[in-house]
Design a binder for this molecule. Sequence first.
Ligand SMILES: *[C@@H]1O[C@H](CO)[C@@H](O)[C@H](O)[C@H]1NC(C)=O
Ligand SMILES: *[C@@H]1O[C@H](CO)[C@@H](O)[C@H](O)[C@H]1NC(C)=O
Ligand SMILES: *[C@@H]1O[C@H](CO)[C@@H](O)[C@H](O)[C@H]1NC(C)=O
Ligand SMILES: *[C@@H]1O[C@H](CO)[C@@H](O)[C@H](O)[C@H]1NC(C)=O
Ligand SMILES: *[C@@H]1O[C@H](CO)[C@@H](O)[C@H](O)[C@H]1NC(C)=O
Ligand SMILES: *[C@@H]1O[C@H](CO)[C@@H](O)[C@H](O)[C@H]1NC(C)=O
Ligand SMILES: CC(=O)N[C@H]1CO[C@H](CO)[C@@H](O)[C@@H]1O
Length: 841
Amino acid sequence: MEFLRSQKKILCISFLLHFSSLFFPSASYTLPDYYFINCGSTSTLRTYRRNFTGDQNSGNNVLFSRDGSSSASDQTLPADQLYQTARIFTKSSFYELDLDQDATYVLRLHFFPFPSLGNLANARFHVSASKFSLLSNFNVQNGGAFPLVEEFLMRIAAGKLKIQFKPDGEERSFAFVNAIEVFLAPPELVQDAALPRVTRQGSGENYNGVLDFPLRVVHRINVGGGNVTRETDTLLRYWVPDDVYLLFPNTAKNKIYSDEIKYPSGGATRFNAPDSVYNTAKEMNINGRSTSNNFNISWRFEVRKGVPHLVRLHFCDIVSQTTNEFFRFNLYIYGRFSSEVYPWGFISQLAAPFYIDFVVDSDDSGFMNVSVGPNSQSQFKTAILNGVEIMEVLGDKAPDSGDGDASRKRVFIVVGSCLGGLVLVALVFACVFLRLKKRKLKTVEALDWRLVRFQGGSSDSRTTVRTSVTGSPFADLNLGLRIPLSGILFATKQFDPKLMIGQGGFGKVYKGTLRNGTKVAIKRSEAGHGQGLAEFHTEIKVLSKIRHQHLVSLIGYCDERDEMILVYEFMENGTLREHLYGGDETACQFSWDERLQICSDAAKGIHYLHTGSSGTIIHRDIKSTNILLDDKYVAKVADFGLSRSGHRDQTHVSTEVKGSFGYLDPEYFRCLQLTQKSDVYSFGVVLLEVLCARLAVDPGLPREQVNLADWGLLWQRKGQLENIVDPCLVGKINPNSLRKFGETVEKCLQECGADRPNMVDVLWDLEYCRKLQHSTVPQQPYEDTTTEVSWGLPMPALQRLPSQSLSVDEDDSIHGSFTVAGSSQLNASEVFSQLSMDEAR
Ligand SMILES: *[C@@H]1O[C@H](CO)[C@@H](O)[C@H](O)[C@H]1NC(C)=O
Ligand SMILES: *[C@@H]1O[C@H](CO)[C@@H](O)[C@H](O)[C@H]1NC(C)=O
Ligand SMILES: *[C@@H]1O[C@H](CO)[C@@H](O)[C@H](O)[C@H]1NC(C)=O
Ligand SMILES: *[C@@H]1O[C@H](CO)[C@@H](O)[C@H](O)[C@H]1NC(C)=O
Ligand SMILES: *[C@@H]1O[C@H](CO)[C@@H](O)[C@H](O)[C@H]1NC(C)=O
Ligand SMILES: *[C@@H]1O[C@H](CO)[C@@H](O)[C@H](O)[C@H]1NC(C)=O
Ligand SMILES: CC(=O)N[C@H]1CO[C@H](CO)[C@@H](O)[C@@H]1O
């Protein structure tokens, strides 16, 4: 595997700002066996699939202060046996447990006030743990037929955990508890990452460090379904139906899905919520989804006033029929924040769950409103919600309303460069820097060390980078992904040179095996000539928030002792480039069809970056060494060190330089700006590379051939692209497929970004090329049609073909959808006749 950064390039970074959600693959977690404590009892009780050990004989692992404590029991109670005993504290007391790792734990306290406990009005107390107050002035209301379970999620250090119970000052006051659970949470349950924050003004800066405080579960709701009990839930939780929270019951109806819920990696796991939450939803109460209905479904949840809450919304598209690509809907929180939910962007599969986290500051109404409603861009005008969890962030306050300008500037730019050998490149540099100088780049707040070196300046700019980030440079990083250096040393056998699989300007890449057996690629930047700290941070941030089957996942990182190490999923079959060159003339490593499949996969990954729910992200360095292949030759796009989100409003970050020579958007030199269409250009070069099996820039060739993009276009315009195809493919490409491919390449390589297609169009074209490759249709009759269908023509909805479909839209105007049979149930002539039919209407 190779993350080669070409030496010949110019680069620039700015930090990413907005993300909406993140996912992590489920580690091999099982619900632990301890601690489950049956308070005030001597006996162990098997309930909720766990053994609740009596606190009086639970050995040395569980201690409690006996002074001032007593046990109570009442066997006449009909309730669960767990609630027939309790421990009572008449003075400040504690339970003490041994925890063996620094981690996030679930802590649950069960309270069931039975009369023999004493006068319950007197039970008024405080509970704290690990220096945090969890419950204060707590008083269990009388007469509950149900036990009250208070649940907290908190990060706790290894060692002794003291859970302190303190009766309220008064004489006869006491504290009690019926059962205690403290157990390790699955690592993916709550991620300590920057979360989008909904402030009293609307959307605000990201919220960092949600696990710096304990989270108290306030609501846990199975929308559209029934009660999920502790017996059946994966983490012994209780989920209640949403109906009592629904504001206008006739706006919504229950949707129940009876097939299997899938949990592909990249989405939510069963520990986030069980099947019974994801297989039910509320959807808009309408008949037929394409009518133009226009109303919202709204829920209202009681919450504490003026404090931040972690709000987790669970979704699972169980309403789309064949693909969820055309389905989007809107989400509103308090009517002052709105966001588009695009399930396909999270996970391009039906019945595959995902969730979105927000930190929401409650207002002074004591309620929180959440609504979903139809999106005007969606083909199906409906909206869904499967589950809601609301947790109060204990001990943090919502910023006062009126505090409007908290928006510290967090964007900064790093401009850097690596100088390569080509004189041409040097000229480009000179030109670029002159321009930069002219523009008096006031917005550049930090410089990459490379730029400094290039200009002959000092070498300590790494410090500049560090200090230029407001607050801690690691504030936004996902600490859950941190891997200790010892783990890295283990995985790479102390950076054994035999395990090195790549080396470049940034440092080295090793193949390794983590302690748990996961194979990984470890990219270690070397101080002094590695990637910049800013790039390092960017890559962590971008990757930890995006999961997609065609994007290489980040598994972890290590920043101990000034190391800058990134750990990725291991891609067994290396880079696309490695497979293109060096094959012999008769036997191709990949057939044309396989190459198209790889391109199409990569296009899906890039399309996701451009349109996914994390907002627009421009990759900025698409090239054949950044497209990697896994053991099944599935292509994934890698190396996001240079990516950044393309928010239109930050006009001041438009002065940026980057890209790999040979792939760089020529328009860049005119407007010094990279857009999504720059990725399309680079991808066009990759397409040519795949076709011709030669380098994007090959200085060893005659002048007119050096640049593959120019060379390819030259032949494409002559209509003789076949003259430069990979020798091993000669005669094996269907001429229609090749022609379509050539046209696609030509469109991608248009001089002007606006003339280039979107990735979804490219994707469509590639699928179409595959289709043509499979068909044996003679060339002549369809000559015109193929150019017409490529994209851009308004096409009425056509949904009757059986397989995969791709939307054809351009510049936000939806033309309806056109369906291509990917798995050749249809032959080309049928496709064309469908098309002409529809065009004729
Ligand atoms: C191994 O550990 C890594 C990093 O902590 C994690 O991402 C991965 O899911 C784990 N794999 C297994 C099989 O547990
Ligand atoms: C729990 O208790 C049952 C018997 O009540 C016993 O068979 C089982 O081994 C116990 N499990 C654990 C994990 O201690
Ligand atoms: C859920 O449980 C509550 C309490 O047991 C009960 O009142 C309610 O009817 C149940 N709801 C459903 C839909 O089963
Ligand atoms: C929440 O919904 C209730 C009921 O419709 C409404 O009265 C209230 O104004 C809403 N609050 C906000 C902040 O939108
Ligand atoms: C849905 O609710 C949001 C927020 O309150 C509002 O802006 C929007 O207009 C509503 N949509 C419809 C169709 O009522
Ligand atoms: C394509 O399908 C049509 C109609 O089913 C059939 O008449 C024609 O022979 C098929 N052509 C090929 C090349 O399979
Ligand atoms: C060319 C190459 O490296 N192929 C490998 C792709 O991955 C599979 C599965 O690991 C290997 O068996 C191939 O050798």
